[in-house]
Design a protein around this ligand. Structure first.
Ligand code: ADP
Length: 162
């Protein structure tokens, strides 16, 4: 059984994330979307429970994908699986520099765990969770950026943040 781990902060999950998750799900037997909440990204917009709820709804139609949360080092989380592969999406050269460094750190911590990079779809190269948060803050239309069923919740949450 091959397992991919798609880690991230998913604050919130976007259709760009989903495109990578779906592609990973067509390559691996199982995909675990792991919502990390120890990162240096301070003051997230959504609570870990809200991120989990949104991610579960977003992947509900993909049978071999599950969602989990973890606070700690990714290599520690990865020990729960047999030879998992970390799958990351790359939007731009800046993503590459950061992700390549993370891959080297993870390799140093656990040489058995490999990372696979999938290039972002051209359609979603511009898309990040921070773009969604910014647009939501100003009341812009989120259609096509996050799954439709999440839009009312994200809009409501953004209103509370204004
Ligand atoms: P963000 O960078 O949007 O805050 P995360 O930290 O949750 O997102 O990112 C988790 C992973 O998803 C990273 O590997 C990131 O490169 C990837 N990713 C994020 N947005 C996209 C996108 N639009 N297309 C492809 N991959 C993406």
């Amino acid at each position: 059984m091959s397992t991919a781990i798609c880690p991230g902060s998913f604050d919130p999950i976007t259709v760009g994330h989903l495109s990578i998750i779906r592609r990973a799900a067509s390559i691996f037997d199982n995909v675990v979307v792991c919502i990390m909440f120890n990162s240096t990204k301070i003051s997230p917009m959504f609570t870990i429970e809200e991120k989990l709820d949104m991610a579960c709804k977003a992947v509900a139609d993909i049978p071999n994908v599950t969602v989990d949360t973890f606070s700690g080092l990714l290599v520690e989380y990865a020990k729960r699986y047999d030879k998992p592969v970390i799958v990351k999406g790359l939007r731009a050269a800046s993503d590459f520099e950061y992700e390549f460094q993370m891959n080297l750190i993870n390799k140093r911590l656990n040489p058995d765990i490999d990372t696979m990079f999938l290039p972002a779809s051209e359609k979603y190269t511009f898309l990040s969770s921070s773009v969604v948060r910014e647009l939501a803050h100003y009341g812009a239309n989120l259609k096509g950026l996050v799954p439709d069923e999440l839009i009312p919740f994200i809009e409501e949450k953004a209103k509370q943040w204004r």
